[in-house]
Structure formats: C-alpha cells, structure tokens
Design a protein around this ligand. Structure first.
Ligand SMILES: [Zn+2]
Length: 534
C-alpha cells in the first residue's frame, strides 16, 4: 500500500478517536436517520425519489452520495445558511445524504430542487420534527440563504410524479404544482414557517398567488393582415391539414406576421395536449400559471444551438424548441441561416412526433409534434423593389439551394408571397378574422379525424388511395403533371394530401375533382426551379 494512503487512513482513525473523546455539542440522543420524499426531473418527466439523511458520530462533515450533480453538492451551503437564518441549529456532526432514485441510472440527481428535502431530513434526523409528521408529504423547493422557499424548474412534472403525497412547494411554484399534483399542494413561504407547521401542528398557510392565469391565450388576429389572399389561403390549408409550410418573400412581405397568426386559427388544445404543453413549459423553467388552450408558437432565432432546438444542455436534459412547439407551431424565419446540423436534427422529430436526446448514456424522449413553418428571402440581398436586387442568378440559386434535400420534401405548402391568388383560391374572402377561419379549420380537422384519425398532412402513403380518391378529370390532370415532370412521384402524394384538405375546407365529399388538384398544385410553388422537382 502506498504510504500516502496509509497516512490518510491513520489521520481519519485518529481524528475519529479525538471526536469521540470530546463531548459532542448536542449531547441528547438523536434519531440519526430520515427518509424524505421528493422527485427529480428526467426530460419533461418527474420521477419520485427518496432523500436519505444520516446524522452520525464522527468529524463534522457533509457528504452527498448517490447520483448527485453540481447543484446537489452545493446544497450543503444553501441548506446550512437557510437553517441558521431560520433560527435552527446546524448539526455539527457527520451528515450523509443519499439521493436514492430506485433506478439503475437516470438523469443526474435532483440539484437545487432537493434543498428543502435535505433540510427536512436533517430536522427529522435531529428530532426537531417528528418523522410521522412528514409521512404523507413530499418536498420540492430550493432554499434561499435567508430561509425562503424558492421555485424549482419543472414544478408541474415534479409534482405529477408524487402520486400519493401532499407536495410542499414555494408560493411561486404552487400554481404549476397544482396543475399536476393528484393530491394537495401546500404553498409555504419559508423554512421557519414550515417548521412551525410540522412541529406544532399549526394549520397550513395558503400563500398561493390568486392572480396567476393561463398565459398565452391572446394571439394576434388574421384580420390585421391586409391583402395577401394567396398567403392567407395557404395558411388556412396548412392549419386545416397540418401541412408543413414554407414562405418565400422579401423582408417586410409579412412572413412572420402571417406565421404568428397560425395559433389563432388552429383548433384549441384538448385537455391532454394542454396538460402536456404545461409539463414541457414547466420543465423548461417557464412560469406555468394554468392550462393554456391556444396552440403554442415558437420562433427561435437562427442562432439557436442544437441543444436549444432539440433539447439537451449541460448535465441535465432540458426540453428544446421542438418540444416547446409541440401541439403548435415552430416558425423558422430565415431558415437558410440556421446551422445545417440544427435543421438536420429536425428530421427525426418530424418523422416520429417525439425527440430523443442522449446525454451521458441516458436516453430521454420528449414530445415534438409540431407544425413546421419556414420563411426565407428570395435571394441573399432580399431587396424587393424592381431593379434593386443585384444578386446573380447563381447566387440566388445557391441561396435557395440550402432548402433542398430531405427537409424541403417535408413542406406540402410552398408559397411565394406577392403572387396573386389562383382562381380556385380567390373565393376565400379577404380580411376575415381568425375566429371565422378557425371555424372552417376546425370543421376540416374534424372531417379528417372522423375519416382517417389523423390530419391529412399525416396520412401515410398506403392510405392515400382510400383517403383521396380522384375523379376521371383529376386523374387525367395528375397524369399530365407526372408525365411532364412537373410532379415527382413523391410530390404526387403531397399534392393529393393537400387537395384533400382543400376539398375538406370546401365541405366536398366524394372523389376529388380537377379544381382540388389545381388548387393543391398552386399551393406548391416551385421556388428552386433547377433543383426542386415537384
Ligand atoms: Zn438579391
């Protein structure tokens, strides 16, 4: 054995002897052990855990074992300061904290959200609080140095995991925790207050903030968009069939204005979707006051990182934009400016409706079923005035070529802003409000749901002949488009899905006619002529 090691062992043994020879500062016999319920976050899902605290003989110290992360190791200083600030004694003994997840390996430990559970464990171990008082409770709060309880990231999914416990949280977490907790939520402002309740049986205080309401239920109205009949029609079709959409147009053409109106015309979220959206937002650290019924809208800047887009982060997995946009809209303005790796990472969630993120051997799955809306300038300079653009044809082509490839193939609806409406789309009135359009969208969605269970944009290829029958005229037209090379085989399926949506919006039953096919083709503008076979 190397001598350094032996020396250290000897020091520990001697130190332990010294410690046991001197009277301890707390001569009364203490309980020594406590197990406290809490939960930890894996992606957007809470997992129940037990925080074990042992206060024993030996050199004063504080050790966290199990699977602690950085936040958990720092807990000692926060918990100690909070206890002293609250007029409680810090046990000058050997304290061991074990974070037991009961699983082989999950996300790293609970971080700061375990502060309160650790403090309660110490207080039960030293018999300041009776163990039976916390039997039916779980604790989810970070501690401030002043002893105050602070909100934790992911309070909603963390509370959802605690199926048989009342959950003690900070007042700022109460609304989010109440959304998901199957039992009661106790909002307590500080550690001293909590100790009074648990020691002396005082009634629970009620510190929840009554002002908190569901956020994001006000969105801009489509009635504000002047003109742009073609783009409005495209937006309506995209919403009704859940068709991914790309818009090409110069700056100021209203691309983001149009995209931001989409949540107002999409069907309101049902209970399950609204709940899932709240879980994602809570896990991402956003303030969740209630269930929002409006579809989410996310418009990340083109500098967004890969982790920001699909989820991930340092040691722990945070939901990314694709999950925050789930059940709603992901808008990518200036799509060509996004890092290719970021765009490439969208393919898997677009395919499966979920995103899988791996961090240090842990695979986390999060929801990611969104409507993708992209926008781009027609050329690098983006100047629309006649004669102003000096970009060469090859520069324009290079610029738009960034849209080619597998991702481009996802866009069923492709519009160049400023184009006049095709004759089959002009019947849609201009200046309609979102509410009017939303009614048609919802009716079309319902027709599709009753017919095939999924929106038209998600109809699998094998189902297309059943779902989108064509009459003789439409078949002939399709054949001409295929033979002339205007449509590829893949484009053929895409056009049929969109034609189905156009027909559903018009309340048309039976085989689709040539007018539906023409409308769908008009909504598939060929904006990269040499590289984009339709
Ligand atoms: Zn230009």
């Amino acid at each position: 054995m190397p001598s350094a090691c032996r020396t250290r062992d000897l020091v520990v043994v001697v130190a332990a002897h010294i410690a046991s020879d001197y009277p301890t500062p707390h001569p009364r016999k203490v309980r020594m052990y406590a197990a406290v319920s809490s939960s930890t976050l894996v992606g957007i899902t809470g997992r129940p855990i037990t925080v074990e605290v042992h206060v024993g003989q030996g050199l004063p110290g504080f050790t966290v074992v199990g699977q602690p992360d950085e936040g958990c190791r720092e807990a000692r200083d926060r918990v100690r300061a909070a206890m002293l600030s609250s007029g409680l004694e810090w046990p000058n003994r050997r304290v061991t904290v074990n974070v037991a997840t009961g699983e082989r390996r999950t996300d790293k430990g609970g971080g700061a959200s375990l502060d309160l559970a650790i403090a309660i464990g110490l207080l039960v171990s030293t018999e300041v609080i009776e163990a039976r008082r916390i039997e039916n409770l779980a604790f989810l709060a970070e501690l401030g140095l002043d002893g105050s309880l602070r909100a934790v990231r992911g309070a909603a999914p963390l509370a959802a995991a605690l199926t048989d416990k009342e959950v003690v949280v900070a007042p700022t977490s109460a609304a989010a925790a109440s959304l998901a907790s199957p039992v009661a939520v106790r909002a307590v402002s500080c550690l001293a207050e909590l100790v009074t309740v648990l020691r002396e049986g005082h009634p629970w205080p009620d510190h929840r903030d009554p002002e908190r309401r569901a956020p994001g239920d006000r969105v801009a109205d489509l009635a504000d968009v002047r003109g742009q009949q073609f783009a409005r029609a495209a937006l309506e079709v995209a919403a009704a069939g859940a068709h991914h959409m790309v818009m090409v147009g110069p700056p100021g053409a209203g691309k983001s204005m149009l995209a931001s109106r989409l949540p107002g015309i999409l069907p309101p979220l049902d209970d399950a979707a609204a709940f899932e959206c709240a879980m994602v937002r809570s896990a991402a650290g956003e303030d969740v006051g209630g269930l929002a019924r409006t579809a989410p809208y996310r418009a990340p800047h083109h500098s967004v990182s890969l982790a920001g887009m699909v989820g991930g982060g340092g040691g722990r997995v945070h939901p990314g934009e694709v999950s925050l946009a789930s059940h709603g809209v992901l808008f990518l303005d200036e799509m060509g400016e996004f890092a290719p790796s970021v765009l490439d990472a969208l393919r898997q969630p677009l395919e499966e409706g979920v995103v899988r993120v791996s961090r240090s051997g842990i695979a986390v799955e999060m929801p990611a079923r969104f409507l993708l809306v992209a926008a781009t300038n027609p050329c690098p300079c983006g100047r629309s005035e006649p004669g102003a653009c000096r970009c060469t044809p090859s520069a324009r082509q290079r610029y738009l070529r960034r849209f080619s490839g597998p991702l481009l193939d996802r866009f069923d609806v492709r519009v160049v802003l400023g184009r006049t409406a095709g004759e089959h789309l002009t019947s849609l009135e201009a200046g309609e409000s979102s509410a009017t359009v939303a009614t048609r969208v919802q009716r079309a969605r319902e027709i599709a749901r009753l017919r095939q269970g999924v929106p038209n944009g998600a109809v699998p290829a094998w189902m297309i002949d059943d779902v989108v029958p064509l009459d003789a005229g439409a078949l002939t037209r399709m054949r001409v488009l295929l033979d002339s090379g205007v449509l590829s085989g893949r484009g053929f399926h895409r056009v049929r899905r969109v034609a189905r949506t156009v027909a559903d919006l018009a309340g048309h039953e039976g085989p689709l006619g040539v007018e539906h096919v023409e409308a769908a083709v008009a909504l598939r503008t060929d904006f990269i002529p040499s590289l984009d076979p339709r």
